[in-house]
Design a binder for this molecule. Sequence first.
Ligand SMILES: [Zn+2]
Length: 276
Amino acid sequence: MILMLLYALVGAAVGSFLNVVIDRVPAGQSVLHPASRCPACNRQLTPRDLIPVISYLALRGRCRNCGAAIPLRVVLVEALTALLFALLWRHYGPGARLLLATFWSSLLFALLVIDLEQRIVPNVVVLPAIAVALAAVPLQGLLLEPIYGHYGLLQLLLGPAVPLTPRGLAMLSQVLGGAIAFGIFLLIWLVAPKAMGAGDVKLAALVGLLTGLPGALAAVFGSFLLGGVVGVVLLVSGVAGRKTAIPFAPFLVITTFWVMLYVDALVLWYIGRLFG
Ligand SMILES: [Zn+2]
């Protein structure tokens, strides 16, 4: 419990860094230089300004120097990243899996906020991420002690005629997940280019690689469902008009988190019912 709280604190610090990434990466600026400054008075922020959440609350969301309002997003990203880290710790426990999941979740969360604010999924993030995720498929097969999760359904589908080691199955699952999620989004983009951005197609490939098959299908169709429901709510409530473009990456990232954290348990329960 104490370790989980400590990991959440690490999450808050990472969230503070994600704020810099979100502000600078889409504009093509370096995330390391220069140090963070107040956008209103240009005063360089000192270490005590950079303590996540606490400094924001202590200053009531205003710059120490000029009193300009600090965007609420800054503290929201810090707090939500802390929560995300706590959930990941609870799910994975310490180890290589936790570090991998933490890395990818942080990256996906930054993409969520960037798309929400700027309506883009920047190539400079998503393309290298796809390359790393592809390169990591064999690496993950070697490094991680494989566990059966939703991959188990893939083995059921393949049947005993295609015997695979747990590692082989995990790797096949990831490659197929990436290809199929990419294919589904590419098809939608080709048929209705206005409904879907090219960035969403690339993000879908990344998400598919990370979740693997069949979990990727749950993430993809879950995101359509979630996007549809939110879209209808926004239309009915008058927040969005018929022509308003609604960013799609947030839905895909949220359902990916859901798949990462909860689908394995669901599938194991289902398989247990099937054979139990
Ligand atoms: Zn200021």
